[in-house]
Design a protein around this ligand. Sequence first.
Ligand SMILES: CC(C)(COP(=O)(O)OP(=O)(O)OC[C@H]1O[C@@H](n2cnc3c(N)ncnc32)[C@H](O)[C@@H]1OP(=O)(O)O)[C@@H](O)C(=O)NCCC(=O)NCCS
Length: 430
Amino acid sequence: MSTPSFSLVNNANGEKIDLPAVGGTLGPVGLDVGKVYDKAGVFTYDPGFSSTCSTKSAITYIDGDAGVLLYRGYPVAQLAEHCSFIEVAYLILNGELPNAAELEAFDQSIRKHTMINESLKGFFSGFRYDAHPMAMLTGVVGSLSAFYHDTTNNKDPRHREIFAHRMIAKIPTIAAAAYKRHVGQPFMYPQNHLDYCSNLLHMMFAVPAEPYHVNPVAAKALDILFILHADHEQNASTSTVRMAGSTGTNPYAAIAAGIAALWGPSHGGANEAVLNMLDEIGDVKHVQGFMDKVKDKQSGVRLMGFGHRVYKNFDPRATIIREQCHKVLKALNVNDPQLELAMKLEEIALNDDYFKARKLYPNVDFYSGIIYKALGIPVNMFTPMFAIARTVGWVAHWAEMISDPAMRIARPRQVYTGAPERSVSPLAQR
Ligand SMILES: CC(C)(COP(=O)(O)OP(=O)(O)OC[C@H]1O[C@@H](n2cnc3c(N)ncnc32)[C@H](O)[C@@H]1OP(=O)(O)O)[C@@H](O)C(=O)NCCC(=O)NCCS
């Protein structure tokens, strides 16, 4: 197929401006509009970036219409079936699945870096007892930049690698410490003989006073959820990490910026919002009334866990999570009326013209909260769970960007709508 060609015509003078097509391996081409301002004196305008590529990337591919999600070319469903989260983390970071020796070395390196500096633990006691764990996560991850001065040369691949391993290894320790601070229990040190998710569950739920055995069903369920959340190309938090990182800032500070962006209910905060919404609805008999409110634009109420900027057919992660949800609840012998409520909401929404016309389908967060709840994870820890998994994607995107010789600081422009230039009158004359 020949490469499509595009141009703009400046109607004022008839000048044609070529927009070179930037092709990738899959998906639509991008139009290079970088010279439009120089040549025509106009900006392109796309708030929310619905049609704008901010970068080229070789990490993750999404086809929103077909419901396709690939990490480094592999369908996410196959990865969830055959691989562990740590294997997938290696893939996302390095571009290829590891062989047994590579996986062993990577796994050992992550296990080696799980502890946090003892003085970092002191940061947690500075937070009020009722601080949201995401507030603690944002602050403490940013504070990592005050500790690791041995790997601050972003241009050195080994420094970048050590940063990546430290960040992936320490984020569960920090999230678990935030939880312990929240519930007023002593922090638990990581146990490096445990796998990634078992270690996290141990740090969250064990107490020093007695032994705690991690349920392997819970660890496996978490591992699958983490694979599904590991990356999602240029979403709001990943774009934030890239934007902050493009200034050359300390990478831990860039990850903290991503965590802040993830917190919002339109992004990672949606899993928490889904459970709060199910709580508010309370009973299947209130579902129809709630749906009427959702469809009434004046109410400002949205069906949380539904809709996605990119997926306009189905979210492939939601299909896997829905199935997992049923499996996990059965294996753990949990009978959760909220699952019944969620299924009823889903059924009504999928058959409703409002949702059909707008191509709104359940997203990854619709069922993930119900699984987290079955694992005993409290609602305000749902978004930190997402942050742990997404750290892999953030770190990989940061490293991809920093190692690109063509990287420039991200600096969008604007259409100015304020007052035209005017003169200042001295205070006495105003
Ligand atoms: C994810 C989300 C932010 C995507 O937003 P977006 O791509 O900007 O889509 P828009 O907000 O422009 O929505 C398009 C239309 O669908 C409606 N819509 C979108 N999501 C909706 C939802 N969850 N409930 C009800 N209506 C919704 C909008 O009101 C709008 O209707 P209109 O065309 O009549 O004005 C949005 O779907 C949402 O808020 N979902 C709930 C939060 C959530 O689950 N987020 C997690 C994402 S993984």
